[in-house]
Design a protein around this ligand. Structure first.
Ligand code: AMP
Length: 282
């Protein structure tokens, strides 16, 4: 069957009404497109939790700062459609910006606490933009389940908080990161051949640093060494490396079960992020 695509809210509502017939369950996979195997793993997971899977593609201007890569963010729409069709997705929602944020739009959804460190500190506009668009999309689709990647672990924590605080009856599922040496990301498309060779060093450095933390080295010393390793490997700068608890994302001073290690670093003009669980079984 041809992949149905809804571009407008009336089309979306009509398609959802059809999918809901007979009390069927719906899972939503939010994306900004430029789909890769990580996104498709979310689709496969979504399928396990619902009768129908809806994917949305929307490059959300509000989560980009003016100097960031909104304009050059990859938008290979026809290829994305082919991938979703192949994956057996039941509906693609691809709204226009003017329909999501019509003239006069002025509401911001802001999740405090869990959003404030790391990505929130490095990109102050980011989580308000994410929470705002997700609140809108959740209300439009009202899925039973929504699936997110641990690649953006802090985002997942923000979404869990949002859904809880706004009483949205949506189950949030997190899926471990899919990697090919480095975490798959739509932004990997920006990397030159040389940068592609260097990029896996981000994950390798996190794994090595996690090992040190497991051996009870103080995180501050571990960060310093990890930053040096990344700069030596060819990264231009490091926004942060932080060891925090997996739920509230507050800093930890020593090895603690459930902790995770996060990093964001610049490779040339591309900003890469990654995070891993820190456990003795690494
Ligand atoms: P994005 O299109 O980058 O906004 O990502 C859409 C969803 O895909 C988010 O829930 C991401 O966490 C998830 N995602 C992105 N990359 C990966 C990956 N390598 N493995 C698993 N999930 C991912």
């Amino acid at each position: 069957m041809q992949l149905p695509i809804a571009y407008t809210r009336p089309e979306l509502s009509a398609a959802i009404a059809r999918l809901r017939e007979g009390g069927k369950r719906i899972a939503l996979v939010p994306t900004m497109g430029a789909l890769h195997a990580g996104h498709l793993a979310l689709v496969a997971e979504a399928r396990r939790h619902a009768d129908h899977v809806i994917v949305y593609i929307f490059v959300n201007r509000r989560q980009f700062a003016p100097h960031e890569d909104f304009d050059r963010y990859p938008r290979p729409f026809a290829e994305d459609v082919a991938k979703l069709q192949e994956a057996g997705v039941d509906l693609l929602y691809a709204p226009e910006e003017a329909e999501v944020y019509p003239e006069g739009y002025s509401t911001v959804v802001s999740v405090k606490g869990v959003s404030e460190r790391m990505e929130g500190a490095a990109r102050p506009q980011f989580f308000d933009g994410v929470a705002t668009v997700l609140a809108k999309m959740f209300i439009r689709v009202m899925p039973d389940v929504a699936v997110f990647g641990e690649k953006d672990y802090q985002q997942l924590a923000v979404v869990r908080r949002l859904v809880k605080d706004l009483d949205l009856p949506i189950k949030i599922i997190g899926l471990p990161t899919i990697r090919e040496k480095l975490a798959l990301s739509s932004r990997n498309a920006y990397l030159s051949e040389k940068e592609r060779e260097i990029a896996p060093k981000l994950y390798e450095t996190l794994v090595a640093a996690a090992g040190e933390i497991c051996h009870n080295r103080p995180p501050a010393g571990v960060y310093e060494q990890a930053v040096k390793q990344l700069l030596d490997a060819g990264f231009a700068s490091v926004d942060y490396i932080e060891y925090v608890d997996g739920e509230h994302l507050q800093p930890l001073q020593q090895y603690t079960p459930g902790g995770r290690l996060f990093a964001a670093a610049w490779l040339g003009k591309t900003r890469l992020i990654d995070n891993i669980a820190v456990s003795e079984t690494l």
